[in-house]
Design a protein around this ligand. Structure first.
Ligand code: NAD
Length: 260
């Protein structure tokens, strides 16, 4: 479906981003993967995705907190692929704390990685997409773009902001064949979620099992984690011609969480 198209997926060495990068390669797109992790494992992933796509897969270690590194990643993609047609803003981190004790550096990092990095990727890629008459920007937000949970002030602020930016940019490029949408998953079992279980248990003074059943899945009426593939499937649809008229939307995949 995406042969001849090129994509960047931020934060794609793990979790949801990795799943979306794999989906895009499976649809024959060239893919720039990004994120941190073990270099040998990342190289293995890069080779696997290159083979899967039948095109090319590159890796950038750009830190989404650093605007100059984001720009360099986009320049490299444009140079080596010839264009950037699809941008998936997925990189994200979490930190859980009551706001009185919320470390200011964690606040800044969450806002930078989860929200401001999308501003930079979009501002450097949108003109070329508009000129080519086709583009897809997919911002991975969260159920926390629609509702709050205690102790996640920075994350909830960043995700609400990301959706505001999604709507605004969608309006700015609506006539150019470029769509801009957010996907808002509920809880997906990835390293990001696994890592916050001990911190949430400590902050709330409950067991890790109770965090899973009574905090995380308490919000999800299906009582199941969303799968990475389910998120990637929605991203696939947003890249298809069937989604040409879907823009400025925030698509929930949250097992009914925000319906409640
Ligand atoms: P994850 O921890 O598995 O993956 C995060 C990715 O971001 C990794 O590749 C990591 O290396 C990368 N990353 C982190 N900091 C970075 C930085 N400074 N620069 C570049 N890359 C960086 O997390 P995940 O659960 O797959 O989350 C992916 C996205 O989905 C995030 O935006 C998250 O907020 C969102 N999300 C996750 C869930 C969930 O339940 N897992 C739910 C809703 C939304």
């Amino acid at each position: 479906m995406l042969k001849g198209k090129s994509a960047i997926v931020t934060g794609s060495t793990s979790g949801i981003g990795r799943g979306i990068a794999t989906m895009l390669a499976g649809e024959s797109a060239n893919v720039m993967i990004n994120g941190f992790g073990d270099r040998d494992e990342i190289e293995q992933l890069r080779l696997e995705l290159a083979e899967l796509s039948g095109g090319s897969c590159l890796y950038s270690d750009a830190d989404m907190m650093q605007p100059d590194q984001i720009e360099a990643m986009i320049c490299e993609s444009t140079e080596k692929f010839g264009a950037v047609d699809i941008v998936v803003n997925n990189a994200g981190i979490q930190f859980v704390s009551p706001i009185e004790e919320f470390p200011a550096d964690k606040w800044d990092a969450i806002i930078a990685i989860n929200m401001t990095s999308a501003f930079h990727t979009i501002r450097h890629t949108l003109s070329a997409m508009k000129n080519s008459g086709w583009g897809r920007i997919i911002n991975i937000a969260s159920a926390h773009s629609l509702v709050a949970s205690p102790y996640k002030s920075a994350y909830v602020a960043a995700k609400h902001g990301l959706v505001g930016m999604t709507k605004t940019v969608a309006l700015e490029c609506a006539e150019y064949g470029v769509t801009v949408n957010a996907i808002s998953p509920g809880y997906v079992m990835t390293p990001l979620v696994a890592n916050q279980i001990p911190a949430t248990a400590k902050t709330r003074g409950i067991s890790e099992e109770n965090v899973i059943n009574d905090v995380m899945l308490a919000n999800q009426p299906t009582k199941k984690f969303v799968s990475i593939e389910e998120v990637a499937d929605v991203a696939r649809f947003l890249c298809s011609s069937g989604a040409n008229s879907i823009t400025g939307a925030n698509i929930s995949i949250d097992g009914g969480w925000t319906a409640a």
